[in-house]
Design a protein around this ligand. Structure first.
Ligand SMILES: [Zn+2]
Length: 292
């Protein structure tokens, strides 16, 4: 069975200890399966990006021993592929143009977009492109969280694929690129668990394969918020502090020996790949030992 995994950071800032969870888990899961581990820079939202962050992320991964296969895929170079996918969906009659403003949507008082603009099936100016979602339950089996079921029409409604400002939505880019990179296994944070059903539906519409999914527990601040760049999680230090790899593996429920705490990244990862046990990953989110 061939395996291709990936890590797909957003260059809005450097990697932090929380992002190391997805990096290490996706890396170990791929390497333990004898598979490839690809890197994709999800740089489709320039206003949110930090100059130099993409380079810094590559240096961080390298310093922590997380070596990727092949060339890095940069989403800012993938415009034609995203446009082609939108064109296919338009030809199939699966998308429409939505001019609803934020205020319009807020006034509806519902989190699920109710399909107001569905009649607008040809391009309009200053409009978002939405994917019409069905009134049926989408099911998948997460390797950690088990069977999942979601009726997109009830939960979020029609999914934005291209924003009003012309930027491509994450949902479109991630689906097109997971297929382009032949990803068989997506290993990522549980904050994206509820994005998966919409991605699977989009895969169906584009005639693309659905990968296996493994969502990971999140590292939280003491106040329960997710450790993220937005909540000022500290950057992964350079030069590398390998003990952070050791702590990440502990967080992932792996029974790594204490005497590896001060080993090199290569030795820690070598142990982690040989002993990788996804069944030991806890389902509950954990607290960061770092100051918030
Ligand atoms: Zn609308």
């Amino acid at each position: 069975m061939s395996y291709t995994g990936r890590f797909a950071p957003t260059p809005t800032g450097p990697l932090h200890t929380g992002s190391l969870i997805a990096a290490v888990a996706s890396y170990c899961d791929a390497r333990a399966a004898g598979g490839k581990w690809l890197l994709r820079m999800e740089d489709i939202d320039p206003p949110r990006e930090m100059p130099g962050a993409a380079d810094l992320i590559l240096r961080q991964l390298h310093a922590y021993g997380l070596e990727w296969d092949g060339e890095v895929l940069f989403q800012h170079q993938r415009t034609e592929a995203y446009l082609a996918a939108l064109e296919q969906l338009q030809e199939q009659g699966d998308v429409f143009w939505c001019c609803c403003s934020r205020t319009d949507l807020a006034r509806l008082g519902t989190t699920a977009y109710p399909g107001t603009c569905r009649p607008f099936t040809s391009p309009r100016d200053d409009a978002a492109i939405r994917l019409r979602v069905p009134d049926r339950v989408i099911r998948f089996n997460d390797r950690l969280f088990g069977p999942q079921a979601e009726n997109l029409q009830n939960s979020i409604g029609d999914v934005v694929l291209r924003r009003r400002d012309g930027l491509f939505a994450y949902q479109l880019a991630v689906v097109v690129d997971d297929a382009f990179q032949n990803i068989t296994d997506v290993v990522r944070g549980a904050d994206l668990l509820d994005n998966t059903a919409r991605q699977i539906f989009l895969q169906e519409k584009l005639g693309l394969a659905t990968p296996r999914y493994l969502h990971l527990p999140l590292m939280l601040h003491a106040d329960g918020t997710k450790l993220s760049k937005q909540t000022f999680a500290p950057a992964l230090p350079l030069p590398a502090e390998p003990v952070l790899l050791w702590q990440t593996l502990m967080f992932l429920g792996q029974k790594i020996p204490a005497d590896l705490q001060h080993a090199t990244p290569d030795r820690i990862l070598h142990w982690a790949i040989r002993n990788w046990t996804p069944g030991d990953i806890p389902r509950q989110h954990g607290m960061s030992s770092l100051p918030a």
